[in-house]
Structure formats: structure tokens, C-alpha cells
Design a protein around this ligand. Structure first.
Ligand code: PMT
Length: 420
């Protein structure tokens, strides 16, 4: 299950132009299953409409220390009609996005000047802040010292990136991307259940060149593989992502960029001995042209004949060389008889589990942000020798979490000790 499902997140929004990006962060948190309570400072209310957040979030916006009626009391927890203590006590995490220099200074000084700063001081929940401001302000020693103070106290800071700022300026101070912010929130809320485990994930579609400008490829965007790598990293794993796509990965994920099935094969098999869990989410071409033309094939020479040969089957090779304590996860992209085909791949390729997706179904498989899968797990205790875990349509990150839950159960059943 996603680490965000059902978690109460207070989303503090302060007054900067980047407040409009907090709307997207709010939407993504809710999509990931979090219960989001937006708290808008008076400055934020000048930049974004309260109605926008109230519509997208799980509860209406709370604006002031004198707002009452913040949801129902949580059983077993001390309750109070004062919003800041209620918010602070019931939150699983407080995210301030964007955080202005003023918010950072006030919070570091321990001053509760409004509902958000009072909530920050009244909480023992983890706090993540995402600064956004002009470069000169970001570089100011007072801001940097305040941030250092907060970090010493355990506050997680998502540093701003470099880019276009308000008024057309350019420099550091731009709010981090929503996906980066979500990764940090995931990381903070996810127990490090894979700490010390070496996980290798493949992602994207391979490209098999025909000539210097053409290739045989497929529609894989790499989203599912990258989501698996990010989720494994959030669980504390030591992750190596072998990918064909230029997508950002979560902090700490080691990336190797490859193009062809052969390149992917060489990297993955080279790393196999130093890996505990392998997840083959990549869409690897089954065939490649025999030889690559040195020059672009010319149209006026007529329709060319491209002879094909099989690529190495990476998953099958892993299945042959693997150790018994390793967990090997294959995927199956099918358009019909999904379970039958996936079952046959489980048998043939020596995997412990196969994650099967019906890529002809709406919102499933290639390119989408969502996926729906059935995980077939080798299980001698099951009547058919195979156990099935249904994973309903949801974000690829949530599907990744469900797949890694199965991997963890398998490791626990086998009592695989941590490697380091
Ligand atoms: O990347 P996205 O746009 O997010 O889409 C996700 C996805 C649809 C690509 C993903 O969910 C998925 O299904 N990946 C596997 C695609 C695939 O190649 O399936 P397959 O049924 O052809 O292959 C079965 C397994 O063998 C896969 O684990 C594949 O990685 C592996 N394989 C295949 C051929 C080959 N030569 N070597 C392999 O290792």
C-alpha cells in the first residue's frame, strides 16, 4: 500500500507566487490517497483562491487561529477546539509549500504569529518545508542560518531549484518540482522496510537501431519502472535503475542509461551477483535488426528488407543464473488471456513473481500515469502452485508499492537476512 494512503497531511501554503504550484502538490497528495488539510496564510490567500484548495483537498481551507470546526476528533487523542493544537496533534506530516523567508524566520525563532506557525510549533509530527524566493533572499545569511537551525531540529528542507523566477529573473530560488516534493513526503512517511537491500530495476523500452536515425522501439515511457525505483528508494533500499529514458529519479537512486536490449543485458547480468531483488519492468525488444547500416538507408533504393534476430532474453538469463535467496520479478505486457500468458512466463523465465498488465485496457500499461495488475506469485502452498494478488487501477507509484509489498512478504517468508 502507498505510504500516503490515509495519512493526514497538513499542507501549509505561504504567500509567494509559487503558491499556485501548491495546488498541483495538493492534487497529487490526494491522488496518492492522503487526507489533506490546507492551511493558507494571509499572504497565500492573495495569490491563490481558497476555493481552489477547498475543492481539491480533503477538507476545507483553514485560515486563522479563530477558525473552528476542523473535522471530527480522533479517538484516543487529546482534542481541543483550538485549530492549531488539533491540526498539530492529528497530523502525520506537515508540509509547507511554498515556504517564504518570513515563514522560515518565524518558525526558526519559535514565534507563533498565525495559524500555520502556531501549528508548526504545536506539532511533534515530521515537518517538510519547500522554500521558494528570489535568489538574493535565498542567499542571505539570515535565511541560510534559519534553515540550518530548522534542519538541526529535524525539519526536512526540499531545496529550491534554479530557473525562472517572478519578474523574469533567473536563478536559484524556484520551488522544487511537485514530483520531487512528493518523493520527499513519500520518503519521510515510508518505514525503511528495505534498508540495506540492493534492488535493481529496469525501466523503459529498448531501442534497436536499424541505421543511424531509425530504430525498432515500443511505447514504454519508463513511468512504471521509475515508480518502482522511487518506491524502493523511499523504503531505504540501495537502488540501481537501468533505464532507457531521461526521467528524473528520486534522490539516491543510481541510474545507468542504456538503449538496446544487449546493453541492458550486459549491465543487469554484470550486477546480478551484487543484487538482492531484480525487477524487470522494462519493455525489452524481442527482436533486433541483423547488423546496423552505417549510413541512413535511402528511400530511392526501394523498400528495404530488414532481417531480424532475437535479442538476449534478460529475464530468462537471470532465471538461470540467480541465487535462491534473490527475488526475481518479471513483468508481462499482454493484450489477451493475461493470466495464462503470465503464468507461462512465470514457468519459463525462472522468476518468483510476474506482474501482469492488460495493456489493451483503458488507463493501463504503456504511457499512462496509472496501472492495474495481477501479481502471480510462485507459492508451493497454493493449490495451483501460484498465488494471485489483484492490484486495482491506481497510480503507478501505488502499484509499485503493492508489488514491493509482495516482494517484502516473500523475503520475510524466506527469512532473508538484511545484506548489510
Ligand atoms: O513504461 P510504462 O509506459 O510505464 O509502461 C509500463 C509497462 C507496460 C512497460 C510495464 O508495466 C510492463 O509490462 N513491462 C514489461 C513489458 C514487456 O516487455 O513484457 P513482455 O511480456 O514482452 O516480457 C516479459 C518479461 O521479460 C518482462 O519482464 C521483460 O522485461 C522481460 N524480457 C523480455 C524480452 C527480453 N528480450 N528480455 C527480457 O528480459
Amino acid at each position: 500500500m502507498s505510504a500516503l494512503a490515509g495519512r493526514r497531511i497538513v499542507l501549509g501554503v505561504t504567500g509567494g507566487i509559487a503558491a499556485y504550484k501548491a495546488v498541483e502538490v495538493c492534487r497529487r497528495l490526494v491522488d496518492a490517497g492522503a487526507h489533506v488539510i490546507p492551511v493558507l496564510s494571509s499572504g497565500a490567500q492573495r495569490f491563490v483562491g481558497e476555493t481552489t484548495f477547498s475543492t481539491l483537498a480533503s477538507e476545507p481551507v483553514v485560515r486563522s487561529l479563530w477558525d473552528i470546526g476542523v473535522d471530527e476528533p480522533v479517538p484516543g487523542r487529546h482534542t481541543s477546539p483550538i485549530p492549531h493544537t488539533r491540526l498539530g496533534q492529528t497530523a502525520d506530516l506537515i508540509l509547507v509549500c511554498p515556504a517564504t523567508a518570513r515563514l522560515i524566520g518565524t518558525y526558526a525563532a519559535g514565534i507563533s504569529s498565525d495559524l500555520l506557525t502556531a501549528t508548526l510549533i504545536a506539532t511533534t509530527a515530521p515537518v517538510v518545508i519547500c522554500p521558494a524566493m528570489h535568489t538574493e533572499m535565498w542567499d542571505h545569511p539570515a535565511v541560510q542560518e534559519n534553515l540550518a537551525t530548522l534542519q538541526r531540529r529535524g525539519v526536512r528542507v526540499v531545496p529550491p531549484s534554479e530557473g525562472r523566477l517572478a519578474g523574469g529573473d533567473h536563478g536559484r530560488g524556484r520551488l522544487a518540482e511537485p514530483s520531487t516534493i512528493l518523493d520527499v513526503v513519500h520518503g519521510v512517511l515510508t518505514p525503511p522496510s528495505l534498508a540495506g537491500v540492493r534492488v535493481l530495476v529496469t525501466a523503459g523500452g529498448t531501442r534497436e537501431p536499424i541505421d543511424p536515425v531509425r530504430f525498432i522501439g515500443n511505447r514504454s515511457s519508463g513511468k512504471q519502472g521509475h515508480a518502482l525505483a522511487d518506491e524502493a528508494a523511499a523504503r531505504g533500499a540501495d537502488v540501481h535503475l537501468v533505464t532507457t529514458v531521461d526521467r528524473a529519479a528520486a534522490a539516491g537512486v543510481r541510474c545507468t542509461r542504456v538503449d538496446t536490449a544487449q546493453e541492458m543485458h550486459d549491465v543487469v547480468l554484470g550486477e546480478l551477483g551484487a543484487t538482492d531483488v531484480v525487477v524487470m519492468a522494462a519493455a525489452v525488444a524481442d527482436f533486433r535488426p541483423v547488423g546496423v547500416a552505417d549510413d541512413k538507408i535511402k528511400k530511392d533504393a526501394g523498400v528495404p528488407t530488414v532481417r531480424l534476430e532475437p535479442t538476449p532474453d534478460i529475464l530468462a538469463a537471470i532465471g538461470q543464473r540467480r541465487r535462491g535467496d534473490q527475488v526475481v520479478v518479471g513483468f508481462a505486457a499482454e493484450t489477451s488471456s493475461v493470466r495464462e500468458h503470465a503464468r507461462s512466463k512465470l514457468e519459463r523465465k525462472g522468476a518468483d513473481l510476474i506482474v501482469a498488465n492488460d495493456v489493451a485496457a483503458p488507463s493501463v500499461g504503456f504511457e499512462h500515469d496509472t496501472n492495474q495488475v495481477v501479481v502471480l506469485v510462485r507459492d508451493p502452498a497454493a493449490e495451483t502452485g501460484v498465488r494471485e494478488v489483484e492490484v486495482p487501477l491506481q497510480s503507478k507509484r501505488a502499484v509499485a508499492a503493492a508489488v514491493l509489498d509482495v516482494v517484502e512478504t516473500l523475503r520475510n517468508d524466506r527469512r532473508v537476512p538484511p545484506t548489510r
